[in-house]
Write a protein that binds this ligand. Sequence first.
Ligand SMILES: [Zn+2]
Length: 158
Amino acid sequence: MTGRTHIMGGLAATTVAATLTDLDPVWLIFAGAIGGLVPDICHSGSKIGRRFPILSKLINSIFGHRTFTHSLLFLLLVRFLLSLVTNNTSFITGIMLGMASHFLLDSMTKQGIKLLYPVNITVRFPLTTRTGGAVENIVLLALTIVTLYFGKDIVMNG
Ligand SMILES: [Zn+2]
């Protein structure tokens, strides 16, 4: 999936979460957009990879694309690293949800993800789409509608 779909995935997941929890919606949703991009640090052409080119190339050369950074192990590692630098639960939860939405979206593509890395099992949905295709645009539209629908409640309820 492309970067904008992943940003919107993170926004959709955290906007829904904001309506269901007492977490700070601003921190939650802001972090959701970032978390949606974090796993693609393994890919130097991605939005986040271009921002951190050396780190990105390093991770890519060690692990390859969509392996370690698209796994539960990496999710837990990021969770741990964040807990060392901040106790902002809303921010940390937003990053986690954004990353989880990224895993879910990439599971809809043919390549799938190595969710259980280092166990070499490819996780993907039975029906898959290709990155940048027409189906991705429909997914992007659906995510945008979810974000606006739930976002409206947050704005109106303060
Ligand atoms: Zn990815």
